[in-house]
Design a binder for this molecule. Sequence first.
Ligand SMILES: [Zn+2]
Length: 160
Amino acid sequence: MGRNSRNHKKNKSQFRLTYEEYKFEFTVTFLLIVGIFLLFEKMEIKGLIFDIGFASISFLYSFFNNLLANVTNTLKDVELSDISGLILISIAFYMIGERIRDRLIAQFTFLNECPKCGQNIQRVRRNYKQKLIQWILFAKVSNYTCNSCDFKGIKVEKHR
Ligand SMILES: [Zn+2]
């Protein structure tokens, strides 16, 4: 019983919150309906329905028109003030990425024999992780294992 009444309270406050959020919409809809009713109360019911429909459609039309205009203006502002900044930041990130890429590739370029035991290494199939690395680094990745010990490693080379 106590639990039920608590739930009830919760629901009530949730409804109030929704009402507060949409107070404007509720009020506008109420005013529109009453206003249109007052204007067209003498007309036939068919005409009334038609006019309510027409008013709603033109209201929605102007609402979306304004919304579109706002979005377009915002995009214009972004274009004017921020696009050069965004380009500079992108170039900086690209340069950082290139530097990281070069260092990673340089670290894995020299693999001609096993670094553990010095024996010959053999090329084997790459797994999906190594294919992903190849895709991210935009470089050739080869997978190797040692013939004598348990060494496994990759070799990374820049595309020529
Ligand atoms: Zn080895």
